[in-house]
Design a protein around this ligand. Structure first.
Ligand code: NAD
Length: 479
């Protein structure tokens, strides 16, 4: 079988032990390509190459690092349509969203090109005479990056860019469902002149390649984005090896709609938050917590607009909601739709749809009449499904919003400054939105959550330095 897309190890494109067939979820007859599937030995070679290259990469100074990241940003921008088309084809995100995600990746590389020049440190007065104290940041060394399929270029970008900016070397394992976009990114990093071994791509299964990254003694830190069960497993293994670990995981993000909300604003925020990107965002609004006075009008309008969303092939310019990314994800979504009915919800939408091509199409679903104790209101579905929970007042809304094992993003639609302020202060989430969808964030500020959603330091913005650097305190005696 031809292996057309190879792993990048020590600056060389290498075959894997096996291949993965990358399928288009909008059209199952379309094979996007064959991608190398590596094994533990490939990770060992990549980690060794990274360990060898890292010192020179760091000691070469920050200007070459800033220049490389800037060149990568420019090259991504120049190829945004090509990369976005690949993303839409392999993941199912509609083309405008896929191109926007690609451009976001370029912005992230450019931001960290600047951060490479602003690595913070401190000179602190010592408590002892004639002693100077400095607090310096140094790279961790080799970092392993493990990424999910739902943002196949933005998430690799927001891990690779800070890793390289602060002088680390990288071993990236992208999701096996979406290797195509990551492979294009790896090509760009290579063509932009990244020194051999500083960036390595090892595609393949999580259970082999991912686990080997977590277990490799040369890899000092692992940044992972994905599901809670995988994150938990990685945290356990990382603790065993005493590795630094950063986990970004699931969400069951609440969006509160109070009686005084502007109805069109609230409906637009919930439509976007719950259903755009086919609901496959960790920050998706999957619990709509609606005050009784606005409830019926809100549900009627949201259901009308959700029912009118055009579901179809990701590359069709008419499509507003692309397919679900995989058969397993679609099966899971459909089983939650059935469960919502069993649990007593009024289910509106949610059925599988036939398109002009064979794909994983599903109509957005509202589970009206849900309570916060139902499984459909507690478990992350990760599809175009939102539970609607009716509440009496702000206090109940806040209590329901916080009654979850997750804590990534939380939103409120209200005209009340008092309630908006109180929600911002009391929501148990890493990110809070007022009159905005729970999904959709800036790239220069911290991203991450609390409770079961995140573990370890935040990603993005200058906070990324917490994970990608380690602190050294230097004392010197001047005599
Ligand atoms: P997943 O946990 O199945 O896989 C994520 C990555 O981990 C993949 O690359 C996979 O191959 C790898 N992996 C699997 N088993 C592994 C193992 N034993 N050791 C090491 N690596 C392993 O998640 P997914 O289905 O790709 O993504 C969906 C999940 O990601 C959802 O739960 C979603 O909420 C979450 N997510 C979170 C964020 C965030 O920033 N909080 C962003 C996007 C997605």
């Amino acid at each position: 079988m031809t292996q057309s897309h190879l792993n990048l190890i020590a600056g060389e494109w290498c075959r894997g032990a096996d291949v993965t067939r990358n399928l288009n979820p909008s059209d199952l007859t379309d094979v996007v390509g064959l991608y190398a599937a590596g094994e533990a030995a490939d990770v060992a070679r990549a980690a060794a190459a990274a360990a060898e290259a890292q010192r020179a990469w760091f000691e070469g100074g920050s200007q070459p690092r800033a220049d490389l990241l800037d060149r990568i940003a420019t090259m991504i921008e120049a190829r945004a349509t090509e990369i976005g088309t690949m993303l839409a084809r392999e993941e199912g995100k509609i083309l405008p969203e896929a191109i926007a995600e690609t451009k976001r990746a370029a912005q992230i590389f450019r931001f960290f090109a600047g951060e490479a020049l602003r690595i913070p440190g401190q000179a602190v007065a010592s408590v002892r005479p004639s002693v100077d104290v400095e607090v310096m940041r140094e790279p961790v060394g080799v970092v392993g990056l493990i990424t999910p399929w739902n943002f196949p270029i933005a998430i690799p970008a927001w891990k690779i860019a800070p890793a390289l900016a602060y002088g680390n070397a990288v071993v990236l394992k992208p999701a096996d469902l979406t290797p195509g976009t990551a492979h294009l990114l790896a090509q760009i990093i290579h063509e932009a002149g990244c020194p051999a071994g500083v960036f390595n791509l090892v595609m393949g299964a999580g259970s082999t390649v991912g686990q080997a990254i977590v277990d490799d003694p040369l890899i000092g830190a692992v940044s992972f984005t994905g599901s809670v069960p995988t994150g938990r497993r990685i945290a356990r293994s990382a603790a065993e090896h005493m590795k630094k670990v950063q986990l970004e995981m699931g969400g069951k993000n609440p969006m509160v709609v109070l009686d005084d909300a502007d109805l069109p604003t609230a409906v637009a925020a919930c439509l976007n938050g719950a259903f755009f990107s086919t609901g496959q965002r960790c920050t998706a609004s999957s619990r709509l917590i609606v005050q009784a006075g606005i409830h019926d009008a809100f549900v009627a309008e949201l259901a009308r607009q959700a029912g009118a969303l055009r579901v179809g092939a990701a590359l069709d310019s008419e499509t507003q909601i692309g397919p679900v990314a995989s058969a397993a994800q679609l099966d899971g979504n459909l089983s939650y739709v059935a469960l919502a009915a069993e649990e007593g919800c009024d289910v509106q939408g949610g059925e599988r749809l036939n398109g002009p091509t064979e794909g994983y199409f599903q109509r957005p679903a509202l589970f009206v009449g849900a309570t916060n104790t139902m499984r459909v209101a507690r478990e992350e579905i990760f599809g175009p499904c939102a539970a609607v929970i009716k509440v009496a007042d702000f206090d109940e809304a806040l209590a329901v919003a916080n009654d979850t094992e997750f804590g990534l993003s939380a939103g409120i639609c209200t005209a009340s400054l008092k309630h908006a302020r109180e929600f911002k202060r009391r929501a148990q989430a890493g990110m809070v939105m007022v009159n905005l969808p729970t999904a959709g964030v800036d790239y220069h500020v911290p991203f991450g959550g609390r409770k079961g959603s995140s573990y370890g330091p935040r990603e993005q913005g200058s906070y990324a330095a917490e994970f990608y650097t380690t602190v050294k305190t230097a004392y010197s005696f001047a005599g």
